[in-house]
Write a protein that binds this ligand. Structure first.
Ligand code: FEO
Length: 390
């Protein structure tokens, strides 16, 4: 990718990874990702805001080869997909000094082995002049590491937000321009990265909103040229509001748990509750995470193997717990062969979920009339709770 000017004196650099399909060896990336760095060339000084993943080092350094002097390298976030090329940039630009938050300093030293004499801490609200443009640093902790900050460029009404408001989306288009695929990718990104820190993210959204910008330049995905779209979306996602939605992650070994899920799906749909089942042996866990951003209820469909929950259930439920969604209600259903410990196991896996357990429906073998009646009763409980609280 060539460097691209997104405003007077401001260039987007970095690279597009069209083929990456997994992040942190965990998070599915169905649409690849981008690693955006930004160059701001003022009348007196030049700053590079973030770098890129080490896999993009050759591409970034080729872009920077035409730049000349770099005075500042701003590191908003120490995670290597943005900081990983800082050592190469500092080696090629011996005059450059890293600007970062107080907490980032140690992280950059620990993760990258940076020389402390090449790092200068900037305070929350501090401004650094580039001549005709100004970098204003704003601490935004826990989006999604403790050291994270953003930079406001008032002369261009631009906010550089790094991971904050980002989206894992490989695209050649530099601007979001209202495309629905970008907001969907941003919701997936929020679910997988930001949701565990919802309360602090809410405070950070309120803090940056007051700056008054007309574009947001994140380090993943395109630039938000209509920033109200993503600001309003974040304000909804971080709020306490939940939707009239039940999600059902499940797996089935011989079809009995699947039959129970099918019955619950019908019973909920008949009662006006939106429902999304996720068959875990084939589902993209990112889709489940997206649904958990808003869902009022999660129902786990767990068959029993070797006396306990199926391993796919452990994985999905542990992930749901780690993401800390605002889900309010939970239930468990499933079939077993001769005995089961699924309820105590699943309850033990969700210490972070502040949910009310609405019921459990277990059956030995294939579900019969009694099980169907219990599922109908569970659906009715879910409907009543949703009616009161969504
Ligand atoms: Fe895109 Fe937290 O790194």
């Amino acid at each position: 990718m060539h460097a691209r000017e997104i405003g007077p004196g401001v260039w987007r650099m970095g690279g597009v990874d069209w083929n990456r399909r997994l992040f942190d060896a965990l998070i599915p990336l169905p649409d690849g990702t981008t690693y955006n760095a930004y160059l701001v060339r003022g009348s007196e000084k030049t700053a590079l805001l973030d770098t890129a993943d080490p896999t993009m080092e050759r591409e970034l350094m080729a872009q920077l080869a035409e730049v000349g002097r770099i005075d500042w390298v701003v590191s908003h976030h120490a995670e290597q997909d943005h900081s990983g090329c800082i050592p190469a940039v500092l080696a090629a630009h011996p005059e450059a000094v890293v600007l970062c938050s107080a907490k980032a300093r140690d992280l950059l030293t620990d993760h990258l082995g940076l020389d402390g004499s090449r790092i200068r801490i900037v305070q929350d609200g501090e401004r650094v002049s580039l001549g005709d443009m100004t970098l204003q640093f704003v601490y935004t902790p826990w989006v999604h590491w403790p050291e994270t900050m953003v930079t406001f460029l008032p002369e261009r009404q631009l906010l550089f937000s790094c991971d904050f408001f980002g989206s894992h989306l490989a695209t050649s288009e530099p601007f979001a321009s209202g495309r629905p695929c970008v907001i969907e990718a941003a919701k997936r990104y929020y679910a997988e990265i930001m949701m565990p820190f919802r309360r602090t993210v809410a405070a950070d959204v309120a803090k940056v909103r007051s700056l008054g910008f007309d574009r947001i330049a994140p380090s993943h995905g395109p630039v938000w040229d209509e920033p109200e779209t993503i600001l309003a979306a974040y304000e909804d996602w971080v709020s306490d509001r939940v939707s009239n939605l039940a999600v059902i992650p499940y797996v089935s070994m011989h079809g009995s748990t699947a039959a129970m899920v099918d019955r619950l799906v019908e019973a909920l749909a008949d009662r006006g509750v939106e429902v999304r089942p996720f068959e875990l042996s084939t589902t993209d866990l990112g889709e489940l995470a997206i649904s958990l951003v808003d869902a009022a209820t999660i129902v786990v469909g767990a068959p029993t193997v070797h006396g306990g929950a199926h391993p796919a259930i452990f994985h999905a439920v542990h992930l749901a717990d780690a993401l800390r969604p605002k889900t309010r209600y939970a239930a468990i259903l499933g079939s077993y062969g001769w005995g089961t410990r699924v309820v105590e196991q699943i309850v033990g896996l969700i210490p972070n979920l502040k949910v009310e357990l609405l019921g459990t429906v277990l059956c030995k073998g294939a579900p019969g009339r009694e099980t169907s009646a219990a599922i109908e009763a569970l659906a009715e409980s879910i409907r009543e709770k949703h009616e009161e609280n969504t």
